[in-house]
Design a protein around this ligand. Structure first.
Ligand SMILES: [Zn+2]
Length: 281
């Protein structure tokens, strides 16, 4: 018998065109209880590029609908909505860079309204994970800092998708967030390596990609992190990232070594504090 405790995957995508609810069932059957459900990049949902920011409504509504369906099968899913940082590359194929930035900011405003109305618990932003020109990088930072400003204003968390993360990246992001008055504990770096002390020193919060090695390393440095798979639920890219059962499986396999208490911290106390939510089982 599995022990009753909360198990939260801090960054998962679910796509009805992919495995959809079956992936959530896999998560649940492995012992998972809570998901932070992040909106998919717009182009993977509508198969076309955004022409105006109102089109984000459909992307967000779909995410909210999936969260509702997850709850119906017994998994509590909290939506995080926003504009994927790579959207800037897609948008600048048909818009001037400045116009692309305005569309993205407006997409963040729309996400913020869903947070205000409590349909979502946070906003997604960041900057491209691949090399871009200085101009595009500067504009991406402008969009990310706008997200900090808005999240600070409405007091919600922000999840960031960025380039590969080292200590420099962590410090740079913290500085930009602080400049905009964003509470650093609410800045969640998605797809983090287990640089737990670097994150603790800089103040922002790591969401560690849950390979065995990364979680072992993270646990050696403490419990100030959350666990994620970045499951992308895309039939064209099976196994591109970790599967939906990974976080519960990893947690259960480590319980005997590290004890239950550390995982209550990781799966309940940390997300409750970062997102202002209640995690109950
Ligand atoms: Zn993702």
């Amino acid at each position: 018998m599995k022990q009753i405790m909360p198990i939260l995957d801090n960054h998962m995508h679910i796509d009805p065109r992919g495995r959809g609810l079956n992936a959530i069932k896999d998560f649940k059957n492995a012992g998972g209880t809570h998901i932070i459900l992040v909106s998919k990049p717009s182009w993977t949902l509508s198969a076309k590029t955004i022409e105006n920011s109102n089109e984000y409504v459909a992307v967000y509504e779909e995410t909210i609908d999936i969260a509702k369906k997850a709850r119906e099968i017994g998994v509590t899913a909290f939506p995080v909505l926003g504009v994927h940082p790579a959207e800037i590359t897609k948008l600048t194929e048909s818009f001037k860079p400045k116009e692309a930035v305005e569309i993205m900011k407006s997409g963040i405003d729309i996400a913020a309204n869903y947070v205000k109305e409590q349909y979502a618990i946070g906003i997604k932003s960041g900057r491209p994970h691949y090399p871009v020109s200085t101009e595009i990088l500067d504009l991406s930072n402008e969009v990310m800092e706008y997200a900090f400003e808005i999240c600070a204003e409405i007091n919600c968390a922000v999840q960031l998708h960025t380039e590969d993360t080292d200590e420099q990246t962590i410090i740079d992001i913290s500085k930009r967030a602080r400049k905009k008055g964003m509470p650093l504990e609410k800045v969640v770096k998605h797809f983090s390596p287990p640089l737990i002390s670097e994150f603790t020193n800089a103040g922002i919060f790591p969401s560690v990609l849950s390979s065995k090695k990364a979680i072992d390393t993270a646990l050696e440095c403490g419990t100030r992190f959350m666990m994620e798979t970045d499951y992308i639920d895309d039939n064209n890219r099976p196994g591109a990232v970790l599967g939906p059962k990974t976080v519960p499986k990893r947690t259960f396999s480590l319980l005997d070594i590290y004890g239950e208490e550390v995982f209550w911290k990781i799966h309940k106390d940390n997300p409750e504090k970062v997102y202002d939510i209640k995690i109950e089982v």
